[in-house]
Ligand binder design. Structure first.
Ligand SMILES: [Fe+2]
Ligand SMILES: [Fe+2]
Length: 270
């Protein structure tokens, strides 16, 4: 089977990139399953019911997320009713939502698992032990297992991939919004990339307008970040997975970008 995984969708520009390219990618690659990380899809922070429905209608089958999924209170309250979206599984017991789900491609069951790292991030439950526990629950009957590891530190990401090699079809890093060029299949089994990247404004500070980020960096003044405007990009990977064994046969990196340099962020600081 073929899986298309799309890196963190950031605000309107990210959704515009999906609208612009997803049907084209579907034609070119014929994926059986489309997964996207959506933690920044609504205004750069979290998700709303409307955006969730919009993403489904654009052709996203399963949504993963991360630390920003909690940013919109209304959504969090209702999270349990949105069956296609995940939050990292290693949040403490009692938080809403689900950390993994089972879907099907034809007759073949596919487990999608969401985990979050702990280095330079919230101190959550151990992602390694959480993965062990989840794989036990998921069971040997489900061969195709895809992990979104939402983490900051490259070392932690490669470690989890190494730890799960041979036990999952893919470990795909998200969260940094910067695509890495290290995609490969580990031990002829597990597709891995440190970070899939971002789908949103190309000329931006990881999706946000430069000005407010710069104020915060230089003056250490609290600033609310705004989603950047201008040309967009789409980052993703395509995985070919053997349904019988769960082995990843191939991982291919995608980086689509619009032409143009304008970023609409040329105001002076003050
Ligand atoms: Fe993100
Ligand atoms: Fe994140």
């Amino acid at each position: 089977m073929r899986v298309l995984f799309i890196g963190d969708v950031v605000g309107k520009p990210g959704r515009r990139a999906l609208r612009q390219w997803l049907s084209q990618l579907k034609e070119e690659f014929s994926p059986d399953l489309v997964i996207a990380n959506v933690e920044n899809a609504a205004g750069g922070f979290g998700l709303t019911k409307d955006v969730y429905n919009e993403l489904l209608s654009l052709g996203v089958d399963v949504m993963t997320s991360g630390n920003h999924i909690w940013d919109k209170k209304e959504f969090v309250k209702e999270m349990d009713s949105f069956t296609q979206v995940l939050r990292p599984a290693n949040y403490p017991e009692g938080v809403p939502g689900r950390g993994w789900l089972l879907t099907h491609v034809g007759e073949t069951p596919v487990a999608v698992i969401n985990l979050q790292g702990r280095i330079f991030m919230e101190c959550l439950d151990c992602p390694f032990r959480t993965a062990d526990a989840l794989l036990k629950v998921i069971g040997d009957g489900v061969k195709v297992r895809i992990v979104d590891f939402h983490a900051e530190a490259t070392a932690e990401k490669s470690l989890l991939a190494f730890y799960l090699t041979g036990r999952v079809s893919a470990v795909l890093g998200t969260h940094t919004h910067v695509q890495t060029a290290d995609e490969r299949v580990l031990d002829n089994f597990t597709g891995f990339i440190t970070d899939v990247g971002m789908t949103g404004a190309l000329n931006s500070s990881i999706g946000m307008e430069f000005k407010d980020v710069l104020d915060r960096m230089i003056y250490h003044i609290p600033r609310k970040f705004k989603v950047a405007k201008g040309p967009v990009m789409l980052n993703g990977v395509v995985l070919d997975i053997d349904e019988e064994s769960g082995k990843c046969l191939k991982i291919e990196r995608l980086f689509l970008r619009e032409e143009g340099q304008g970023n609409g962020n040329q105001d002076t600081l003050w």
